[in-house]
Design a protein around this ligand. Structure first.
Ligand code: ATP
Ligand code: NCN
Length: 213
């Protein structure tokens, strides 16, 4: 039997508890042998460059997942000397694992809402299934028409991992209002964030003077 693999890309500036919660729900709901967290080296699509370097964001991901079964770090985008296009990452992984292994890409509801601006976005579905972690306020009616069409037509009644790609699955996980933007703001104010990020990540960002006033 082929084991399905999950891919979870993000800026992770820094990784936080909502990321970890959704990665674990993704692993369990989609019955994935492993979930690869992939920090984006050059997230070209963001208005502002990340605060931490790619290496620092990767280090924080590794610390956060150290004791979480099935979660692993994938460094490929950190070492890619050009913008982080997810379609290229999926093509690389697909070439590595072969045509039959089910691949799942995890994104948040806000990422889904901008999917039609991603590089070669329609090709993503030929490479992987897409799982969506809903964020508070998510409303499919407000998705761009082309994305809404995919959302409506690619959901299937069961997700048996029989096909390698092509469906969309909303996770059952209840939405949670937590963002890295909020955590950076709290850190800059000197607020306590110990319930929002793992302790080793907090220790790392303090040791490296990240996100401080
Ligand atoms: N609370 C959340 N619920 C659902 N999805 C989330 C949540 N936080 C992040 N995500 C998703 O995880 C992926 C990586 O997120 P990212 O690293 O940009 O974190 P973020 O908290 O959205 O950061 P920022 O506030 O800096 O934009 C994205 O697809 C994003 O939509
Ligand atoms: O491939 C693209 O064109 C593309 C456009 C926007 C976002 N992404 C990816 O989506 C993931 C989440 O992005 P972000 O900004 O929410 O961290 C991350 O892996 C990005 O590289 C990818």
């Amino acid at each position: 039997m082929t084991h399905a693999i999950g891919l979870f890309g993000g800026t992770f500036d820094p990784i936080h508890n909502a990321h970890l919660r959704m990665a674990e729900a993704f692993r369990d709901e989609c019955r994935l042998a492993e979930v690869r967290l992939i920090p984006a080296g050059q997230p070209y699509h963001r208005a502002q460059a990340p605060h931490a370097t790619p290496e620092q964001r990767l280090a924080m991901v590794k610390l956060a997942i150290a004791d979480r079964p099935g979660l692993v770090a994938d460094e490929r985008e950190v070492h890619r000397p050009r913008p982080a296009y997810t379609v290229e990452t999926l093509e690389e992984v697909r070439a590595e694992v072969g045509a039959e292994v089910p691949l799942w890409l995890l994104i948040g509801g806000d990422s889904l809402a901008t999917l039609d601006r991603w590089r070669r976005w329609r090709e993503l579905f030929a490479l992987a299934h897409v799982a969506v972690a809903l964020r508070p306020g998510f409303d499919p009616a407000t998705l761009p028409a082309a994305v809404r069409h995919e959302w409506q037509t690619r959901q299937v009644p069961d997700f048996p991992n029989r096909t390698p790609s092509g469906t969309i699955r909303p996770l059952a996980l209840p939405p949670v209002a937590l963002s890295a933007t909020d955590i950076r703001a709290r850190l800059a104010r000197g607020d306590d964030v110990s319930t929002l990020i793992p302790a080793p990540v907090l220790a790392y960002l303090r040791a490296h003077g990240l996100y401080q006033r």
